[in-house]
Ligand binder design. Sequence first.
Ligand code: NAP
Length: 298
Amino acid sequence: MAKLITVFGATGAQGGGVANTLLEDQDFKVRAVTRNASSDKAKALQAKGAEVVTASLDDPSTLGPALQGAHGVYVVTNYWEHMDLEREIRQGKSIADAAKAAGVLHVVFSGLENVQKIAGFPCPHFDAKGLIEEYMTSIELPVTFVRFSFYYENYISLLKPQKQEDGTYVLGVPMEGAAMDIVSAGDMGPAVRAIFKSWAQWIRKAVGFSGDKLTIQQTADILSKHLAPKVFKASDMTADAFAQLGFPGADDLGNMFKFYRLHNPDRSVELTRQLHPAAKSFDKWVAENKEALLNALD
Ligand code: NAP
């Protein structure tokens, strides 16, 4: 019998990849959670066969019904919508408690490291997820943690290349020459599906998703190759200088890059490809997304 998986974030980048992949597989049924069932994305999921339900991680009373009868649940919390560490922790604890109470057999949580604890400096959007991971472990939830690397898609949105006076573009990712793991957010659906398929062996394990590990100059060279005659270069900014830029979240992101450089957290291209052999390299993703990348540029 097909297993029912409740997917939080199904209308978003990560959860959308998961929901759409599970919908193509007869072994699964999908219950897609949203706060707005009349959005285009929610309607598209319904058209593909998902049961769309309304619930919110901010309202614990809605979580039990969203989990009723589910074998598994995919959970992503969105720090960037509110930038409130305590609120994200509350959301994570609420869904953990609800999954435990509902007897869900397998929770896949999109977590990250507790940077404050590991590195001694704050990185709230990581720290909140690290604290949620710790809570889920403490209540003995049957959980697998998936930790996404920096998305390829950030080069279209969050950190799109900045045009310089000489017409070249700079990638403002302050890695100070170190390599960084990166991945396509929407491309990890098949990897999560593989984890749900052999769920028992993944309980209490963590997987760091990575599609590639590149220096920022290597990243820039791939963009230059596909988007010629445009030329891309790595920024020479330090992570500490980035943290001082002053826009909301700059300090959080600056410390994230510093954590990546100094602590090289466990992300694995090899394990990601074992779970999802067709996981896209950055080169392949750029080749497939030239138009979106070009449209994002000034
Ligand atoms: P996204 O595309 O913006 O989607 C956010 C999803 O979360 C939507 O489906 C939204 O659903 C759902 N959501 C938000 N608040 C909710 C609530 N209170 N209750 C139920 N659902 C809620 O975001 P994403 O990229 O998939 O995930 C964001 C998370 O990824 C962030 O916490 C970030 O730290 C993490 N992350 C990002 C990167 C990166 O490089 N950008 C890397 C690793 C991890 P509705 O709006 O339909 O309700």
